[in-house]
Design a protein around this ligand. Sequence first.
Ligand SMILES: [Ca+2]
Length: 363
Amino acid sequence: MGFRARLMVVVFTSVVTAVAFYLIRSSLPISPIVELTLTVPNTVPPSHAPPAGMVWIPGGEFSMGMEDPTAMDCGGPDGMADARPIHRVYIDGFWMDRTEVTNEEYRQFVHATGYVTVAERIPRQEDFPDAPPENLVPGSIVFTPTPEPVPLQNHFLWWEYVKGSSWSHPTGKDSTLEGRENFPVVHIAYEDAVAYATWAGKQLPTEAEWEFAARGGLSGQPYGWGKDLKPNGKWMANIYQGQFPMRGSADDGYVGIAPVSQFPPNPYGLHDMAGNVWEWCADLYHPDYYATIAASSAVIRNPQGPSVSFDPAEPSASKRVHRGGSFLCSDQYCTRYMVGSRGKGEVSTGSDHLGFRCVKRLR
Ligand SMILES: [Ca+2]
């Protein structure tokens, strides 16, 4: 083959290669960048019907965590560095409660067992050595709207320890659950949630299970339902509207807590995975956990959280993960209804915007 012939073959081959590459690229449904973040669900269904009130979450491989939201529309002021790096995680499939555990469900547990929640117990002086004895009375923390705008750096301005408040007296000793049977149970400390789950033959979700479930099969989206906070102008979760922390405006239908299932479910059939009340997860909280595990493996299987908790804002407190945000979250202050974001709380502290839901594993 002469030089000219070899050149023609090279040109022809290059043209064929370029055309083939173009045809292959143009037939791909997504860009390679998006492809890297796809959720790959398990395809084997469970062998038996779902337990009452639960849905099957297939598990599989997904990208956990989120980008810095501060540059996004409605992303809020917090960069949420603890939700990075985004990393690949594999989890086994499991069942999950469709809704947060309700007051009526928790009442059945207390009726059957006589369980007394942390908020109903007399605080011990040895646990609170600096507290005056007269303050060692049962109670919990209740959101108290301010009469006027306040700086958002001091959350003590809108949280009040209310004596006598508990899961069955959500705003104080004179309040009751009448008409609130289908609301999420609140004023639940971590051990109160574990006690219920154990009684029900269930568990609390790991943080990875919770996020996989909340994403509903989507990937790389800021919200469990997609890219927009309000698709077609419609609120998708019970969060906060108005000047925080003054009394809200209820554009989404609710100034405060809402009954469960008032907003559309995600593709897995789960309600209220964003907003309404925060939900306990089983994992201890550490802001560097993602960075630690992402450095060790390409895909982390069934992560269980760090072995010790740490929050630089309260170094001596033992904290576990909260997820989902609450009716008090908005882009003025806290956008942790965004699906990849993380929250945390001291394990003995409940409040009137913190509840939980359970999972049930096959193994
Ligand atoms: Ca609301």
